[in-house]
Write a protein that binds this ligand. Structure first.
Ligand code: PLP
Length: 430
């Protein structure tokens, strides 16, 4: 069978929270001013109560509200697809399956959490959400989700991307979002930068400062984050819970699970429901990151700010330092200096293996995928595909019939410039 589908009523009714199942307790986020654990009330200026509760929850299963499932049903359950033509091309005895998250309206896994976050904010009477975005994947997912719950959305978009990458901006505006090139004159932090440097091209750090300031200063407004935090990873577990059911329905169990990691949300979403299998049946779970931003493979495990500007609580994680500026690789979604604290604990305890791959080999892999399976993957997804191909070749050399499952985090139809650079030989390894 090429495509394994679930009925709408087989969509998960609960998200899976890994916190009670971690091999060690999660170190709490700290207030940088006091070095004391952050109190839930301290987060209420920027997040709704329900999400703060989920962030700290020790309950293993958390009910997905009907209103959220109803919107998920616009594109979920997503198909699990067997990459048979890729297997044949590689002449591998491995069976390769991918969970396709590119079919959501914004084209990635990100609306799985954007919809849940918009719902809880709307329910607590919030009228507007703010966020930051680089290339626009997260901003477009949040504009889509807020529109469906009648919330306003303000997206601070890094100024160079705003001008160089207009298509996701247009998508955000199509869904009714307000997109502001950052630094802007809307906030004090933006004005301070513009006074000194009117042509400042912006950065994610500056955009975060603007989005948080806007939320803190306006009673009816909260802020939203697209990765790293526990509640974001929690919402993404619909991916793995569905994949598990789909594989079970055809009598398969994964031996190798692969995903790409920026902050860790799509990777966690796919793999966390399978973490128990690592010790139970020797499943190998591989997190793939760019060699240009090697957080899990070369970072230090310590407390650091979650953002570049140093505004967030301190999180214990593998980090390259919050002032690390990664080279401008095309996989913009993977250029993050830290990683989700729960994922870092799994890596530290050897339950997840981390690998770093260079940019050109990831595009070589993406091209093979596009030319066999037809779908053009996002540059981020190409990182996972690189390792899948490496593992499938290894299975051929060792003549091992294993089952490989990977997360197809998004399509690349709005990233064609990256493919153009690769096809014309302009792409570089940094
Ligand atoms: C944002 C993004 C990522 C990386 O974010 P995670 O939180 O690590 O999942 C990966 N793939 C795509 C397509 C993205 O848009």
């Amino acid at each position: 069978m090429r495509k394994i589908l679930l009925d709408e009523n087989e969509m998960p009714k609960e998200w899976y929270n890994i916190l009670p199942d971690l091999p060690e307790d999660l170190p709490p986020p700290l207030n940088p001013a006091t070095n004391e654990p952050v109190k839930p009330e301290e987060l209420e200026a920027i997040f709704p109560k329900a999400l703060i509760k989920q962030e700290m929850s020790q309950e293993r299963w958390i009910r997905i509200p009907e209103e959220v499932r109803d919107i998920y049903a616009l594109w979920r359950p997503t198909p699990l697809i067997r990459a048979k033509r890729l297997e044949e091309y590689l002449k591998t005895p491995a069976r390769i399956y991918f969970k396709y998250e590119g079919g959501s309206p914004p084209g990635s896994h990100k609306p799985n959490t954007a919809v849940a976050q918009a719902y809880y904010n709307a329910k607590e009477g919030v009228e507007r959400l703010t966020t930051e975005t680089g290339a626009g994947q997260w901003g477009s997912a949040l504009c889509f989700a807020t529109k469906l719950f009648d919330l306003k959305c303000t997206v601070y978009m890094v100024k160079v991307s705003y001008h160089q990458k207009p298509y996701r901006r247009i998508l955000m505006e199509t869904w009714g979002g307000e997109v502001i090139p950052s630094p802007s004159d809307r906030t004090e932090s933006g004005r301070r930068i513009l006074e000194k440097d009117p042509d400042n091209p912006g950065s994610l750090g500056i955009a975060i400062s603007e989005a948080i300031e806007d939320a803190v200063k306006n009673e009816d407004t909260k802020y939203s984050l697209g990765s790293v935090l526990n509640h974001v990873l929690l919402h993404q577990t619909v991916i793995g819970l569905e994949a598990k059911k789909q594989l079970e329905s055809i009598g398969e169990e994964p031996d190798v699970i692969v995903g790409c990691v920026g902050g860790g949300s799509n990777f966690a979403g796919l793999s966390y429901p399978f973490v128990k299998d690592v010790e139970k049946r020797g499943t190998k779970i591989i997190a793939v990151e760019p060699a240009a931003c090697p957080t899990l493979t070369k970072g230090e495990y310590r407390y650091d700010f979650g953002d570049t500007a140093g505004l967030t609580p301190l999180l214990k994680m593998y980090t390259l330092g919050h002032d690390f500026i990664p080279p401008p690789i095309h996989a913009g979604g993977l250029r993050y200096h830290g990683d989700a604290p729960t994922l870092c604990i799994l890596v530290k305890n050897g339950l997840v293996e981390a690998r770093a791959v260079k940019q050109i080999p990831t595009f070589e892999a993406g091209l093979i995928f596009a030319r066999t399976e037809g779908i053009v993957p996002a540059p981020e997804t190409n990182h996972a595909i690189r390792v899948v191909i490496d593992e499938a070749i290894k299975a051929r050399e060792e003549n091992e019939e294993k089952v490989i499952l990977f997360g197809f985090s998004g399509h690349g139809l709005l990233d064609l410039k990256a493919y153009d650079d690769f096809l014309s030989g302009k792409l570089q390894d940094v």
